[in-house]
Design a protein around this ligand. Structure first.
Ligand SMILES: N[C@@H](CCC(=O)N[C@@H](CS)C(=O)NCC(=O)O)C(=O)O
Length: 214
């Protein structure tokens, strides 16, 4: 029996966070492609049947249907004893960066990249607002990573897996090329990508892609 079914679309960095965690923990999963670009997640039927919050990803864990990547990552980390904080201090740091990621980093990067790359005529003022917020976030992260190996502990945790979710897609889509602009972020991304069983987003999340306008 399949334990995990991931409702996703390939461009979804939030879906990638869960797919990557499962891959790193040696878990197979079934992919359920979702027509996000076609607006299915905004329909009342989809919200009633799949996720009342109208969001991707959704992870079916046996008979349970789970949403929100942060608590799902926490559950998987606990289940597999991997990518957790080792003590109270590290667990606090993991939560601190998970919240920051959901509110600020992925919270701004997801709509910025989606509008920028996957919609035909994004509003320049909206893009400029999001870009300014993101530039500030990346300044904060660059300073944090200058004297650290991973975000929340000496080893990789789910905070790293969550925070890289939108940062390892092609620069053409995100509009950020960290190797050129943010050396500490770039080296941290390379360290995460060196973890055994790491896979790039479009390798893990195959299936029909959105048109890229960027
Ligand atoms: N905090 C949520 C964010 C999920 C999210 O925003 N997903 C995007 C797609 S990657 C979405 O469904 N957006 C629809 C919307 O915001 O209306 C999580 O971690 O799962």
């Amino acid at each position: 029996m399949i334990q995990y079914r991931l409702h996703y679309f390939p461009e979804s960095g939030n879906s990638y966070k869960l797919a990557l965690m499962l891959a790193l923990c040696g878990q197979g999963f079934e992919l359920v492609w979702t027509d996000f670009g076609g607006g299915i997640t905004r329909s009342a039927e989809w919200r009633a049947a799949v996720n009342e919050m109208g969001e991707i990803p959704v992870l079916e864990d046996g008979n349970e249907r789970l949403t929100q990547t942060a608590p799902i990552l926490l559950r998987l980390a606990e289940r597999f004893g991997r990518f957790q904080g080792a003590d109270d201090g590290e667990r606090f740091e993991v939560l601190r960066w998970l919240f920051w990621d959901n509110h600020k980093l992925s919270g701004y990067m997801a709509p910025y990249r989606y509008l920028r790359a996957f919609t035909p005529s994004p509003d320049p003022q909206v893009l400029a607002f999001l870009r300014k917020r993101l530039d500030d976030c990346f300044g904060i992260l660059e300073r944090h990573m200058r004297d650290r190996t991973f975000v929340a502990a000496k080893h990789a945790t789910i905070a790293d897996l969550s925070m890289i979710g939108y940062l390892v897609f092609p620069p053409r889509e995100s509009g950020y090329d960290f190797a050129k602009t943010h050396p500490a972020i770039s080296q941290w991304l390379a360290r995460v990508a060196a973890l055994p069983e790491w896979r790039a987003p479009y390798d893990l999340l195959s299936g029909k892609r959105l048109h890229c306008f960027a």
